[in-house]
Design a protein around this ligand. Sequence first.
Ligand SMILES: Cc1cc2nc3c(=O)[nH]c(=O)nc-3n(C[C@H](O)[C@H](O)[C@H](O)COP(=O)(O)OP(=O)(O)OC[C@H]3O[C@@H](n4cnc5c(N)ncnc54)[C@H](O)[C@@H]3O)c2cc1C
Length: 534
Amino acid sequence: MATRKRKFWGWGYEDQGLSADEHRRLAERMSARFGVSGLTITPAPTIDQIELRKPRIAAPPALATFCTADPYERAGHTYGKSYRDIVRGLRREFPNPPDLVAFPTDEEEVIAVLEWCDTERIAAIPYGGGSSVVGGTEPPIAGDYRGVVSIDLARLDRVLEIDRRSRAARIQAGIFGPALEEQLKPHRLTLRHFPQSFEFSSLGGWIATRSGGHYATLYTHIDDFVESTRAVTPAGIVESRRVPGSGAGPSPDRMFIGSEGILGVITEAWMRLQDRPTFRAGASVMFPDFIRGAEAVRAIAQTGLYPANCRLLDPGEAQNSGASRDGSAVLVLAFESADHPLDAWMKRALECCADHGGRIPDPEAAARDATATHEGAAGAWRQAFLAGPYIHDAMVAIGMLNETFETAITWDRFADFHARIMERTTEVARRVCGAAAVTCRLTHAYPDGAAPYYTVIGPARRGSELEQWDEIKTAASDLLIELGGTITHHHAVGRDHRRWYDRQRPDGFAQALRAAKRALDPNAILNPGVLIDP
Ligand SMILES: Cc1cc2nc3c(=O)[nH]c(=O)nc-3n(C[C@H](O)[C@H](O)[C@H](O)COP(=O)(O)OP(=O)(O)OC[C@H]3O[C@@H](n4cnc5c(N)ncnc54)[C@H](O)[C@@H]3O)c2cc1C
């Protein structure tokens, strides 16, 4: 039976994406919107068009059963899925692929491949779904490594043990989102961690990057779902104790949560689970402008109601996703519970919205349908969210620059911060692209601040896409660091955010991280260049 193959250069399976007709219509829409003519579609590359450097290393016989130098695998493990990655993939440029890809089937094989890399001075890159948008899985260019092995954990894909009473499970790190939920379903349990990349990203990747899921409040990052972790490091196995909470010094889990593959390979974790929700309440609320909407989000975040969804789209985002057409900002609001009806929660949240000029276009429809999150403006936004990665790649193929960046800032600085980021990014993007649109949504909200997520779209010049994006990214990142934001709220640091992360992180902490790296990975073979220099 033929197995379905993932694209080696972009998002999804080879048979997924826009049809030729949809792609052509997208090009026409972009031509009209940005006043450019002659947008042509770059065809998807095929593996026989890719020239790869010969592998510089060969796996010893003991590892050969689960290591491969197959060109499709090497090309597929060269990049993540950012704009820069898709551009290079479509250009058929793969100058620095990993030499081998290892697919260990158990922890023993992870240990064996890591030992070999450690002894032979080979860089080892832990690889989950490869959905990094910050160069997190890309082979290093610098360093005197004899070669690079990408350690793909896709075969560690099982829920191993369920503790129903404590509502937790021991889960292998390579499992992708859909398989994880599928295996928990018979137990009426769920992790409910749904990043937009859910379909093609892994539990280990989520933990290693502190990913942000669909919970817009309270459980925003994967962090609080992690009960304990187990990781293979060149210095041995590090496993933390399963406890519901602990005050015993700095948390060993927290050392691996966000470690981005530089300290060890996370092989499994005990995760806190939820009962599957049976009660839902959803509504979409229109605001005259984004800042009024943000004030409502602040009010809701400070009530302690903790909606599962509380995403505010600025008028541009609302228009692009079809959530509104009249220039309103739209708040997509939803509560969920496995225990109790949510009418009182929703009623109070809507009062907060009304206090800040929020209006529900169709209150009866919202009340009628407890799953209103799948209808109306909320439904339109959800559809656009799911289709987003495919449209992103299609946009790049027609020569559009299409990329996002995200950050977080406290409420006291939010309005000024947002205005200045929008102004600077729009100004640079228009200068660089000739015409451009910058939009924003709040993806996560806290009692003390919010996480704004910016999207930049404009016509790129073929051949100069990377330089164009670098100029926009640098301007936006320099400013957000200068204004006190974080270089990333949930996309991680990888290689692309290093220079801003170096400015953000306290020096003493950098020294401590380097010392931890020396202790666990003394020969600095793990993901060199990410977070700190080897
Ligand atoms: C379309 C799209 C949508 C996205 N949406 C979101 C979103 O909603 N929220 C969000 O947070 N992010 C999002 N991302 C970014 C990305 O999906 C996340 O960073 C995700 O957590 C990466 O998981 P992965 O399994 O693909 O990891 P990979 O990309 O394979 O690796 C990412 C990093 O983690 C390390 N790593 C991976 N597995 C392990 C392991 N087992 N042990 C140690 N280190 C490991 C790698 O070395 C690398 O540094 C999105 C990306 C795309 C392309």
